[in-house]
Design a binder for this molecule. Structure first.
Ligand code: COA
Ligand code: ZN
Length: 434
């Protein structure tokens, strides 16, 4: 069988739109009973009976990350809390993190959707699927885990890091498919070679890679395919919608099918918020059609992409989006972790020993991405080497707690950082994958 959910994946356009409208109406009814959306709709002077076509969705107000933050933790629940069975949350404690609530129904559908994606790239129950995502609160962990199990594959929840052990699992368990962020895939190839496996060494059974959570170019995909001797497929998701499984490439490797039975998909100009034409880059806006515990209306993902025109030869009718082009806000993605520069600033500003100027540099060293935080040290602060060293390690510890990645902290003298005119440039991104 070519499709896991043929009746949904190949639905003719008019039928698909009818399906969407039906679900949209139900979701609107449901959310308008929550305090958050009933207020939001009232403020925007919207009565949901005005929404009678898919295009009418443009009359509805957007939902933003700020809304999720302001309603931390349970303010956007659309079911009683006894129906909620799992929480996923973003990193950070300095501002309110964002929280996404799932009912059992949500988790079941999410797994189906991930299974659909994995099936689409040719994976079957005879495959062995290894996941190098962080588990815990990262949706890339449990999201792929349940999806891969749903397909009946042997799953290897290796989790992030410890690359030698990842290679041992690949070899011993006969892993055929891996999920990894693109920058880690090249690191993994390097460690495999060091251990004597992969291209030009002893062969493994690896044939498929699922790469996502970090924007990457076609050239970077090709490099990953070459160094690992695999086919690599682009995966897109975000925790606000569920996690991985929102959009995925098919074997054509030409754009990602975005699952329109689950989402109404818009791409808007991030400034005017008006829809862009096919092929033009804008911000992806998603409305959930199947979410039970926490439906979200017109969510501004801040991810930049475009609609690809035309039909896909694979026969799926769901529209394709182009590979992700970056963000319309200042969020950084490092090692698959989402970071806002303000999180770093807030930590630094708590230290009276530090000045106000700082610079975040992201760079790739030996196939490892790293973050260097350079910050001014106040003139009055000690010249004692040990005191300075322990200050640096305390800052590093606090940043790691906040961000979940470990930066290097360097001090510079006052005036030692480049002064920029106007708005200060706080982030310098020199990575090979970005
Ligand atoms: N996935 C898997 N492994 C990763 C990784 C990633 N995204 N980013 C880095 N690593 C590896 C490193 O290569 C290193 O491997 P080694 O043990 O063989 O040396 C190891 O993880 C530790 O990396 P390091 O850079 O020293 O640690 P850190 O403290 O800065 O970051 C991580 C810690 C990697 C655990 C943290 O960034 C993480 O959990 N990332 C995964 C996020 C994720 O899964 N996102 C997916 C969303 S779909
Ligand atoms: Zn296709």
């Amino acid at each position: 069988m070519k499709y896991l959910h043929p009746e949904l994946e190949t639905m003719a356009r008019p039928e698909l739109e009818e399906y969407q409208l039906d679900r949209l109406k139900n979701i609107l009814k449901k959310v308008s009973e929550t305090p958050f959306y009933s207020n939001k709709f009232k403020e925007a002077n919207i009565d949901i009976s005005q929404i009678n076509t898919i295009a009418d969705i443009r009359k509805l107000p957007f939902t933003t990350k700020e809304d999720l933050r302001n309603n931390y933790p349970y303010g956007m629940a659309a079911v009683p809390m006894e129906e909620v069975v799992r929480i996923h949350s973003s990193s950070g404690t300095t501002g309110n993190p964002t929280v996404v609530l799932h009912s059992q129904q949500d988790l079941d559908w999410w797994a189906e959707q991930v299974a659909r994606c994995l099936y689409m790239v040719g994976l079957r129950k005879t495959d062995v699927f290894q996941n190098s995502s962080g588990y815990g609160m990262f949706t890339g962990g449990l999201g792929f885990q349940y999806g891969a199990e749903k397909l009946g594959m042997v799953t290897v929840p290796a989790a992030a890091g410890n690359s030698k052990r990842q290679v041992k699992f690949i070899v011993d368990f006969g892993t055929t498919a891996i999920h990894a962020i693109p920058s880690y895939a090249t690191r993994l190839a390097e460690v495999m070679a060091e251990e004597g496996y992969g291209i030009g060494h002893k062969p493994t059974k690896l044939k498929t890679l699922v790469i996502g959570a970090e924007p990457h170019s076609e050239g970077q995909r090709k490099r990953i395919e070459e160094v690992l001797g695999v086919k690599a497929y682009n995966s897109y998701g975000l925790s606000e919608m569920c996690g991985p499984g929102v959009a995925f490439e098919c074997t054509e490797q030409n754009g990602l099918h975005i699952w329109e039975d689950s989402y109404i998909v818009e791409i808007v100009d991030p400034v005017t918020l008006e829809p862009v034409k096919d092929g033009e880059i804008g911000e992806l806006v998603l409305t959930t059609l199947k979410r039970d515990a926490m439906p979200i209306i017109r969510y501004r993902t801040r991810d930049l992409t475009s609609f690809m025109p035309g039909e896909c030869p694979c026969g799926r009718t769901h529209r394709r989006i182009a590979r992700l082009q970056g963000r319309s806000d200042d969020m950084i993605i490092l090692k698959g972790v989402n970071i806002f520069p303000i999180q770093i600033e807030k930590i630094l500003m708590q230290f009276k020993e530090l000045g106000t100027n700082y610079l975040i540099t992201l760079q790739t060293v030996n196939n490892n991405d790293e973050m260097i935080v350079e910050v001014e040290l106040n003139e009055l602060y000690s010249e004692d080497y040990n005191e300075i060293k322990s200050l640096a390690s305390e800052i590093r510890r606090q940043l790691k707690d906040e961000l979940l990645v470990t930066p290097t902290v360097k001090f510079v003298n006052k005036g030692g950082l480049p002064q920029s005119e106007g708005k200060a440039v706080r982030v310098k991104d020199l990575r090979s994958f970005k």
